[in-house]
Design a protein around this ligand. Structure first.
Ligand code: NCD
Length: 307
């Protein structure tokens, strides 16, 4: 059974195919509006979420399907000690596809091994978040027309920020990408991500703690929230949480066609006074996430022979 646990589960051709489907969905929504009639998506969220869960649910409704949800792990059998594998086996009896978020790295993999229906990882701890990357890719595609020749700045919590890990893997597959990794010392990109997705492909990158000095080079600036829930102590979080706050004055030397991205939720990282700047793309990412999740649900249900 085909599941998507990590962005590496999708080939570059498949990423391009999902973008093509999403663009077709945007242009011809009526063509897709009954395609999943009678089918059910189960959303299993063991961690907070607004966009990811609701966009999966909206995606399934817009495909003509239905949704069953477990939104509060505290009121599910997980609270009684049920394993992720048993939950996945159970939900396989009710639904056709699962979207699951869990605080433990690897939980979606365990669920996929046990389930008899496709599982989509909607975020597993500080590991990865492949469908946010799909949202990010469609946004970059629509803003920049493609993925080649981009200097991509990633700023904030590069250690625990799972969206960054998945995005780097995806973008590294394209031509002439350059990374500028901007973070405090303590929140640097994990060495496994650097090794597997950057160094192994000889992609140029610089690491810095300074945002303003690199600003003029960037085509994309991907801001991230410091991931409070992954810290072992509150003191460290409080010290690091406001390391980078993007304000209009910091954009003075930025390119006119810079794309400012953020997976959201934002805490303090981007001043609300930037929201009306035409370079701000973060609410576009939200909408693009729904289209890409529609494309992914369709692909997996087709491959499973469900539709
Ligand atoms: C991200 C996540 O859950 O990793 N949110 C999202 O799904 N859009 C980013 C974050 O929580 O900071």
């Amino acid at each position: 059974m085909r599941s998507v646990i990590d962005i590496v589960d999708l080939t570059t051709e498949e990423l391009d195919g999902l973008i093509e489907t999403a663009v077709d969905i945007i242009e011809n929504p009526q063509k897709y509006s009954e395609i999943c009639h009678g089918k059910k998506l189960a959303t299993l969220f063991f961690e907070p979420s607004t966009r990811t869960r609701m966009s999966f649910e909206a995606a399934m409704y817009e495909l003509g399907g239905n949704v069953i949800s477990m939104t509060d792990a505290g009121s599910s059998s997980a609270a009684k000690g049920e394993s992720v594998a048993d939950t996945a086996k159970t939900v396989s009896c009710y639904a056709d596809i699962i979207a699951m978020r869990h605080p433990k790295e690897g939980a979606a993999y365990v669920a996929a091994k046990a389930a008899s229906i496709p599982v989509i990882n909607a975020g597993d701890g500080g590991h990865c978040h492949p469908t946010q990357t799909l949202a990010d890719l469609l946004t970059i595609y629509r803003e920049k027309g493609g993925f080649n020749n981009l200097t991509v700045g990633l700023c904030g919590d590069l250690k625990f920020g799972r969206t960054v890990h998945s995005l780097i893997n995806a973008l590294s597959r394209y031509e002439k990408i350059k990374y500028v990794l901007i973070s405090p010392e303590e929140l640097k990109l994990p060495s496994y991500v650097k090794r597997d997705s950057i160094k192994s492909r000889n992609i140029p990158y610089i690491q810095t703690t300074e945002l303003e000095s690199v600003m003029p080079e960037l085509d994309i600036l991907y801001m991230t929230r410091v991931q409070r829930e992954r810290f072992f102590n509150e003191e460290d979080y409080l010290r690091l949480k406001d390391s980078y706050i993007l304000t209009p004055d910091k954009l003075q030397n930025a390119k006119k066609n810079l794309s400012i991205m953020h997976p959201l939720p934002r805490v303090n990282e981007i001043s609300v006074s930037i929201d009306d700047d035409e370079r701000a793309c973060y609410f576009k990412q939200v909408l693009n996430g729904k289209y890409m999740r529609m494309a992914l649900i369709l692909k997996l249900l087709k491959e499973a022979g469900t539709i």
